[in-house]
Design a protein around this ligand. Sequence first.
Ligand SMILES: [Zn+2]
Length: 355
Amino acid sequence: MRQLFKNGAALLLAIGSVTVAQERATFSVGTAVASRGQKVTGVIEVPPGIDTALSIPVAVVHGAKPGPVLALVAGAHGTEYASIIALEKLIGLLSPEEIAGTVIIVPLVNTPSFEGMVPHLNPIDRKNMNRMYPGRMDGTQTDRASYLITKEVVDRCDHLIDLHGGDLDENLRPYSYWTKTGNDPQDRISRGMALAFGLDHIIISIDRPTDPDASRYLENTATTRGKPSITVEAGYAGTVKPEDVSALVNGCLSVMRYLKMLPGPVTMIEHPVWIGRILTVLSEQTGIFYPLVRRGTFVEQGMKIGYVTDYVGKTIFDARAPAAGVVLYICSVPSMRNGGTIASVGVVAGSEAFK
Ligand SMILES: [Zn+2]
């Protein structure tokens, strides 16, 4: 009986996957319609509303075999170049014949930012394209784009990786974010994704919104919808360093192996530096910023990490580390305004400063 039951379960499973395979004879995102075993590119058309229309490029790699749907998204911040170039490379690298499952790649959400070299924001409506999720169709371009990405990408995937890199003004040390939701099965998979991705500093996010209707961030939109997902950052100050691009490309491939979408063994980071808390150091003056530490430096509480002068050389503000920790990024340009970000210091989980 036991054996029969087991066979029955196997049969049911087999039927289940056949059904899924049949359901997904084609997989479409925006204008990209891929048959099984095909790689197709297209666009997600954001129609005009109270401002102009936007076409967001997308690629769909519909694997020869059924499996999970992984969404890879970059360029919400269009000048975080290493992450954008990494996904452009990945579109070329992935072969549908080798893949079990489907990969949705959105390499550049914020084309106006990329084309205009405008950091942080969408220049059309001056909104941050990673703060307006899940979006709405009666808002400005960023709201409408966020709504359509939620519907076309987040709702269609099982897992999502949101890729970022230090922006033009951020000298950033690579790291990933792991969101701890309290739902153990989901957290176990997303933790595995972060460890498989391979960046050795991992920020534990516990303060993200829990309401799916007010999710703000892209990864959080997937996470609050029950999809194990992570955010990763590599690249800094507008550079496209081969080591950053390959860390991101290899990280995505490694997560695909972890999710059994690609064959082969997975190498997981065994002893990452877990960051429990992030402290932002803001400038209290407008002027010229001079950094005194580099990204990745471990600093003590109170240590001077940079200073601001007026435009004729007089020091008007000393920036100090608010706690002991690692400098995740520090401002990479001299332009500094009152209230601007000087640095982000990650407090190591379990360290004295964390308690
Ligand atoms: Zn970003």
